[in-house]
Design a protein around this ligand. Sequence first.
Ligand code: ATP
Ligand code: MG
Length: 286
Amino acid sequence: MQTTLRIAIQKSGRLQEGSLELLKESGLAISNGKDQLKTLARNFPVEVLFLRDDDIPQYIEDKVADIGIVGENIFIEKRRKNELVKRLDFAKCRLSIAVPRAENYSGIQWLHGKNIATSYPNIVRDFLAKNKIQAGIHEISGSVEIAPGIGLADAICDIVSTGSTLMSNGLKEVEQVIQSEAVIIASPELDREKRIILNKLLFRIEAVQKAKNNKYILLNCPDTAIENITSVIPGMKSPTIIPLKREGWSSLHSVVDENDFWEKIDLLKSFGAEGILVVPIEKMIA
Ligand code: ATP
Ligand code: MG
């Protein structure tokens, strides 16, 4: 029987769409898991299991799943036999301590002797110990942000991205505990065949990520500017130069990193680049 790699992703929630998109962009033909618990990819030895995100680390430890996509917050909290194999650059958020807006929060000492409601007791315990604060931890599994309002706790530790949920519950963020993003976690005990499939998948994911971080750039320039421009956008091996019909001019094609794109554009213009086009790349393999 052919080996398949079992990948656990969130059944519904904030990670589901990004996880499915990543697998699809990596070329896996899979159907959406609205009412399914699992599905086989039609063109790659992978089976996708749809589960609650909190349960994924345990399923991996129990070898029901081989790898999974979860928030780093869940990976850190659960402390199962999992290893972090790749950060995925989506579902970025942080775990923070928040207190009622009216509180005169003077610093971390304020938490001393208080009660903190959270779904992340391990992470909060470590944070308190690191800062030498003694406080109670009240573990609840959801709707943490209402805890202070109903008198269940003095503070909370929960996920924050924009802060609007805190705001609408009369809370303010006072301490950042950890940063998080979606990650791939895996069992440290995968056999050789499964490792091979995982490595193939990681190779594809990297090609997708690189493509997202880079743009294809085309521009016209006087031939005398080619050297200068090449030093700014050297591309993967070197730029492609195509002569224009107009004497003394060329079209130069290269790749540019999205992050320093705007800075480079100014430089390119100062060297005489014109008619600059920037287009997305779908996959990028060095
Ligand atoms: P489940 O029913 O599967 O247990 P859940 O309610 O625990 O779902 P979600 O709210 O869907 O979980 O969040 C899943 C993960 O997405 C979180 O663990 C976190 O890593 C990330 N996340 C949560 N909220 C945000 C946000 N506002 N912005 C970005 N990422 C977030
Ligand atoms: Mg959950």
